[in-house]
Write a protein that binds this ligand. Structure first.
Ligand code: NAD
Length: 303
């Protein structure tokens, strides 16, 4: 297929790379020059603006940071909406249902179909092509792009309704952030009481407390203190705020989501929003006066 791809960041780079490697003809755009070059080196063509990209292809995919950026790229001046050839706008970002519907309506006026298709699985999933893709929009249009989506992950058809995929994604990320924040508190408490964090993870992962933070994030990037998951705490805070907004609009009480958002916001305020999501453990560590790190020497267990 001929595909345009806008937003070549942590997630977008890998998705675009996999599309090129699967043999699709790719036209790419990002407002950071250095993000474009690795893709053109693989054979993608560079466009000078979203409009120019949308002049060249029928299907435009985007992986952009925030709802406002997606709106501007889709419907702003020199945006996708002005393209001559484009027929489909596939939003792989986490944008929220309200914005997805707004973009759907705006693009409809130019006969462009908006498909929301947020993704889960992190940078590792993007690199391996194992993302969960939550697609909503006209079934026939989703079927038409299925060969391309297959290169980046597994497609779940959520609904014909615009925004439904976004709601699905917010439910998922609320749970993912709840796991990360709750695990941070539990691990800091254990370490302060003198428990070995590696043994804690082994026990939790064999028990009922296991979750994506205990099974993956803590062992891989918190204990070694590398904090390099590849998803910023600022973007997760954006997702939780979108989730709270959606819960409120639907009349669903979300006390737990509020507490999770508070801790994420504290991490943004104290460490900066561009730091890794996993640094959310640090405000808890600071107040407790301990760090969750793997002990330096790890010899065999005493007999
Ligand atoms: P990122 O910040 O690494 O990448 C965003 C890219 O968009 C950057 O390359 C940036 O230069 C580009 N960009 C920003 N404004 C632009 C504009 N106006 N025009 C063109 N390009 C522009 O973000 P990411 O971590 O790759 O996340 C992208 C989206 O995917 C977000 O909505 C995020 O919530 C979601 N997401 C991220 C992860 C993850 O683990 N990182 C997982 C699932 C979903």
């Amino acid at each position: 297929m001929d595909i345009g791809f806008i937003g070549l960041g942590q997630m977008g780079f890998h998705m675009a790379r996999r599309l090129v490697e699967a043999g699709h003809r790719l036209v790419v755009f990002d407002n950071r020059r250095e993000a474009i070059e690795p893709l053109t080196a693989l054979g993608a063509q560079a466009a000078a603006s979203p409009r120019e990209l949308a002049d060249a292809v029928e299907t435009v995919m985007v992986s952009l940071p925030t709802p406002d950026v997606v709106l501007a790229v889709a419907t702003g001046a020199s945006g996708v909406i002005e393209g001559k050839r484009v027929r489909r706008f596939v939003d792989l970002s986490t944008t929220g249902a309200v914005m997805a519907k707004r973009i759907f309506e705006a693009l409809k006026t130019r006969n462009i179909v908006q498909i929301d298709c947020p993704v889960s699985g992190g940078v590792t999933g993007a690199a391996k092509g194992t993302l969960a893709l939550m697609a909503s929009g006209p079934r026939a249009e989703i079927n038409a792009i299925e060969p391309a989506l297959a290169a980046i992950g597994k497609t779940f058809f959520i609904s014909e309704r615009p925004g439904a995929g976004q709601t699905m994604k917010l439910c998922n990320n609320f749970l993912s952030a709840a796991a990360m924040t709750a695990t941070s508190e539990a691990m800091v408490m254990g370490v302060k009481a003198g428990l070995d964090p590696r043994i804690m993870l082994d026990v939790i992962n064999s028990g009922t407390g296991r979750n994506t933070a205990t099974e993956d994030k803590f062992g891989r990037v918190v204990l070694p203190r590398t904090f390099n998951l590849g998803f910023t705490v600022g973007l997760m805070t954006k997702d939780l705020k979108l989730c709270l907004g959606e819960g409120k609009a639907l009349g669903v009480p979300m006390q737990v989501a509020e507490a999770v958002t508070q801790l994420l916001q504290t991490a943004c305020d104290e460490n900066g929003p561009d730091k890794d999501l996993t640094t959310v453990v640090q405000p808890v560590e600071r107040r407790a006066g301990v760090e969750v790190r793997a002990p330096r020497a790890s010899g065999p267990l005493p007999k």
